[in-house]
Design a protein around this ligand. Sequence first.
Ligand SMILES: Cc1ncc(C[n+]2csc(CCOP(=O)(O)OP(=O)(O)O)c2C)c(N)n1
Ligand SMILES: [Mg+2]
Length: 407
Amino acid sequence: MFELESSEVSQETAGSAWLPTASRRTFLKGVAGAGAAVSFMSKSAWANGEIGFWAKDLPADKLTEMFNTIVRIRWHERTMVDKMITDPKYRGYNHFYAGQEAVATGVCAALNNKGPFDQLDLVYSTHRPTGHAIAKGVDMKKMAAENDFRATGLNGGYGGEMHLSDKSCGFIGADGMIGPGHVIATGSAFAFRARDSKQVAVVFGGDGTYATPHFHSALNNAALLKLPFIYVLENNLYHQYAHYSYSCPMKDIADAARTYRIPGVVVDGQDVFQVYNVMKTAVDRARAGDGPTLIEAKTYRYYNHWGAPGAEAGQLGAFGYDPLAISSFRPEREVRAWMQRDPVDICRNILVNWGVLTRARADEIEAAAKKEAIDAFAWADKQPFCKPEDGLKNVFVEGVVPARQFG
Ligand SMILES: Cc1ncc(C[n+]2csc(CCOP(=O)(O)OP(=O)(O)O)c2C)c(N)n1
Ligand SMILES: [Mg+2]
């Protein structure tokens, strides 16, 4: 885990020309001492890889809810994969999130997801949105219907996977474009600050976003303006079919935070409680007005970049040759090695170990999640399709739009 050394920053600031040399030296000494103290204090306020850091204080029902969310995401993904493979009439598609469930779950568990819109924390998602959506509180049935372009879907069936959104829980939405959402999210964070609200804006991005200008612009502006903004970068090692080392010179993308003088934290993205710990620290910091954080969650996706190539019905994960990738872009052993550190197993084992769940109760929760997913897709199958003639509805504003700023 990388942590910004407060003394480093303060010393640079202290070197400015407005201080005469003698007093500058005294000033530097003082600042270095204060910096070290602040650094020590802030270190103790970070999770530092301890499983029980913040998570140990959570009530049992909240911890159980996190397990429930992980398995609900897992079975949503597995059910949808099977649907794509076995039902030729099914029109939905997805960039599958299985393998990364602990990230969305740990992040959203530290956010405010219920209540009036002006009190919700907002999540800006990516082209791989279904896990983020479930964790933020989106209804699984409505999402299943949306992904198959049904009129009763979350967005009337006109959005599909790439444009899922649900204002009621602060899920601002999926985004087919890699990057621009980061900048829009900082706009939300700026609005929160301008309105003196305690809300936080969170953006998810992949390792592929490091090379976009939006990543740097968002962090730079958020740092300069001390915005309540959290960037959650899910490093699943690949963007489409290329390893991230092709576009990023650093092993840890979180190191980029140094440039912007903000905390950059690397976390085990397979362990939901570690993710929660660092996220809670970042959310507390943002709400206190202390500015943004970059979190890099090391994780892995069990399916290929898009859809279900290489997958088989009833089997978790996709292996081997992906025709869309022209060649096999990742070794099967790598996929299997990551599956050894499965987020569902890790969460289950910790909660059993802590005495929060018995194995039998965990199995019941997982069976209920599987049933919920199967029922959601069955319900979606019976819904009417959206109509082409309604395609431009809700695209243009109708009537008079009042001018509004900070209102
Ligand atoms: C601006 C833009 N450029 C290219 C693409 C095509 N594209 C879709 S997903 C993707 C890779 C994203 O990789 P990463 O950010 O690591 O996310 P992951 O798919 O691994 O979750 C690319 C290049 C796009 N959607 N938008
Ligand atoms: Mg990636």
